[in-house]
Design a binder for this molecule. Structure first.
Ligand code: C2E
Ligand code: MG
Ligand code: MG
Ligand code: MG
Length: 281
């Protein structure tokens, strides 16, 4: 088959390739090999309680360490993985690995935080609740330890089917958060109808704080709406003390961003956990 057995002959993702059948086949087989050869890994970025500075969770973020190409960003390969359907296997690996890791951290006595996994829209099908339940029981993970980050585009699909899947997932006890909130098209009525625990304010609105009056207005509006609708709210991409101060005053519950920590290896994350590290706020 195309792209296989060509010694070292990886062909990489680029815009042009993505538009040809041969190009897509090459990318697909490179991703398949990446799965077989265990070229994927997870980094963990802490989620921090804005009141205490304590780590209350970790977002698992996927990395592809290519033997010749080095680190490839998920932004560059997730779209291709979604197009080829390989995202199902990749995200299954992510869920499995994150849950195995959560189990290890529990065994170290860490019991007050949860691990969050990003879920592709392609994966959000009728079989997801069962797959999640299966992973939880195989790793002996309490559902409260797991959070799934979904995006607004999923709410758009076929609202009724999606609602059923979400209900099944939250009935298991797993929490759902709405990632990149504010960048999609979700109607506000969705927020009332869907069993969403946490709204995650998109980084693009955090970036302009405190100079950009529109970003400030949008961020505080999302926070106060979240509160009134009894959702928790987290800001992603927090990079400065000014942004943190603003979010604290506005009543944001949790923060995540380079100001506190970049995504780090499981070992580095574990060091912070074990030390009961408190971030200065
Ligand atoms: P996301 O879920 O919204 O993740 C946040 C992204 O922002 C991450 O990029 C993270 O490294 C980055 N980030 C965190 N703090 C800061 C900050 O303070 N400043 C800036 N500039 N960036 C920050 P990353 O790891 O490259 O992931 C990009 C996207 O790829 C994710 O966006 C998510 O949509 C997707 N993704 C990552 N891992 C997975 C996965 O396992 N499965 C699926 N389906 N998608 C994934
Ligand atoms: Mg996310
Ligand atoms: Mg996000
Ligand atoms: Mg994002």
């Amino acid at each position: 088959r195309s792209g296989e057995g060509v010694g070292g002959g990886y062909v990489f993702y680029n815009q042009e390739m993505n538009h040809t059948i041969a190009g897509r086949l090459h990318i697909e087989s490179a991703l398949r090999r990446a799965l077989e050869r265990k070229e994927f890994s997870l980094l963990y970025q802490p989620k921090i309680d804005i009141a205490t500075g304590k780590i209350i969770g970790a977002e698992a973020l996927l990395r592809w360490l290519h033997p010749e190409r080095g680190m490839i960003s998920p932004v560059d390969f997730i779209p291709v993985a979604e197009e080829t359907g390989l995202i199902l296997q990749i995200d299954a690996w992510v869920l499995e690995t994150a849950c195995a890791q959560a189990r290890k951290w529990r065994d170290l006595g860490q019991d007050a935080f949860r691990v969050a996994v990003n879920v592709s829209a392609k994966e959000f099908t009728n079989s997801l609740p069962e797959r999640v339940g299966d992973v939880l029981s195989r790793h002996n993970i309490a559902p409260q330890w797991l959070e799934l980050e979904i995006t607004e585009s999923m709410l758009m699909n076929s609202a009724q089917g999606v609602l059923g899947i979400m209900d099944e997932i939250t009935t298991l006890g797993v929490t759902l958060s709405l990632d990149d909130f504010g960048t999609g098209y979700s109607s506000l009525s969705y927020l009332k109808r869907f069993p969403i625990d946490t709204l995650k304010i998109d980084r693009s609105f955090i970036q302009g704080i405190p100079e950009d009056v529109n970003d400030c207005a949008i961020a505080s509006a999302i926070i106060s709406m979240a509160k009134q609708l009894k959702h928790r709210v987290i800001a992603e991409g927090v990079e400065s003390q000014e942004q943190l101060n603003f979010l604290k005053n506005a009543g944001c519950d949790e923060v995540q961003g380079y100001m506190f920590s970049h995504p780090v290896s499981a070992a580095k994350f574990e060091e912070m956990l074990v030390k009961d590290y408190r971030f200065a706020l």
